[in-house]
Design a protein around this ligand. Structure first.
Ligand code: SF4
Length: 326
């Protein structure tokens, strides 16, 4: 596979959960093996929906980056940086905003969805409408060619591609059109059957201790029609089985067969899952504990990353200014 330049980011929400891990982080760790990767703490993006309360932002950044490192992101191979430390993102966002029709932003599906879902927050702001364009600037500041995304982010990537075509048409070929790579795993269910999410409080943290993992797995939703131990189960509708497939792939077929034949009960099946999950998470927990010993580590990594990121983004902005005639 060609070595490509990859850009992706996460809003700093503090400690990550298994949904974040399977959704994005595991893909990032794989991508850094073969590609030149820039991974960004999207702190300006955090302001677009969370500007009214920024008290936990700094701590959240530290906690999230520690989880990135514990999960295997390597700052020697990948550039890990904080978005707000690379001002070129803001300059490019401004320039792109001049050529982007308002209607393109208004029709992004997540815009209306989030306005509806996050009611209670005042999101009728210029920044909130414009955040998909800020994402475009994040990607284009590095002239990235590959962007790992979840399915819900595909319309944002499409917007970026449209903006690239328009910019290049107006000012000459400056940007490549980035391609999307879907994350490896689909959406992971939380312990209550809904999508695993911090805002639902239904998550299992990446660094949850063994007891917490056991308790949360015991609470998970199984096949609702399997009421008695002797009832045959349907693994295809069971959230615990989603976990078996992801974290216990080598035994998943056997478990599915035993479930269908009522040879295994849900309590036992969950015990197996929790034990397996604890096995998988143990090295992550150990790495995280070792990383926490150095209180300056995250700052050092992000500062060094910002220097590398700025160098690349500054080179892009020189091209952009020249093309635009500034
Ligand atoms: S036995 Fe396992 S896979 Fe089957 S319904 Fe129960 S928890 Fe789900």
């Amino acid at each position: 596979m060609d070595r490509q330049r990859v850009l992706s980011g996460m809003r700093p929400t503090g400690r990550l959960h298994l949904g974040n891990w399977m959704g994005a982080l595991a893909s990032w760790v794989e991508l850094q093996e073969a590609h030149e990767c820039f991974f960004m703490v999207a702190d300006w993006h955090a302001l677009t929906t969370g500007y009214q309360d920024t008290t936990g932002l700094r701590d959240n950044i530290r906690e999230m980056v520690l989880d990135w490192l514990a999960a295997g992101l390597d700052p020697e191979r990948s550039v890990l940086f904080r978005q707000s430390e690379v001002k070129e993102h803001a300059e490019l966002h401004l320039i792109l905003s001049m050529v982007t029709p308002l209607s393109w932003l208004e029709r992004v599906p997540t815009y209306k969805e989030q306005l509806r879902e996050l009611n209670g927050r005042d999101l009728a702001t210029y920044g909130f409408l414009g955040y998909p364009l800020l994402q475009a600037a994040d990607i284009l500041a590095y002239r990235a060619t590959r962007v790992p995304v979840g399915e819900d982010q595909l319309p944002h990537l499409e917007l970026t591609r449209e903006v690239v075509r328009r910019f290049n048409h107006l000012f000459g070929e400056v940007f490549p059109e980035p391609a999307g790579t879907l994350h490896r795993a689909a959406v992971l269910p939380g312990v209550d059957g809904r999508k695993m999410s911090k805002s639902y409080g239904n998550f299992i943290a990446l660094t949850a201790d063994p007891e917490e993992v056991r308790t949360k797995v015991q609470a998970m939703v199984t096949d609702p029609r399997r009421i008695h131990r002797a009832d045959p189960g349907r693994p295809e509708v069971c959230d615990v089985f989603v976990f078996h497939r992801l974290f216990n792939a080598e035994n998943a077929e056997q478990i599915a067969a035993d479930c269908r034949g009522a040879r295994i009960g849900c309590v036992q099946c969950k015990k197996l899952m929790a034990a397996r999950l604890n096995e998988v998470l143990e090295p992550v927990r150990r790495r995280r504990a070792a990383l926490e010993e150095d209180p300056e580590l995250v700052e050092r990594i992000l500062e060094a990353g910002a220097v590398r990121a700025r160098r690349e983004a500054a080179a892009t902005l020189r091209l952009v200014r020249q093309a635009v005639g500034l």
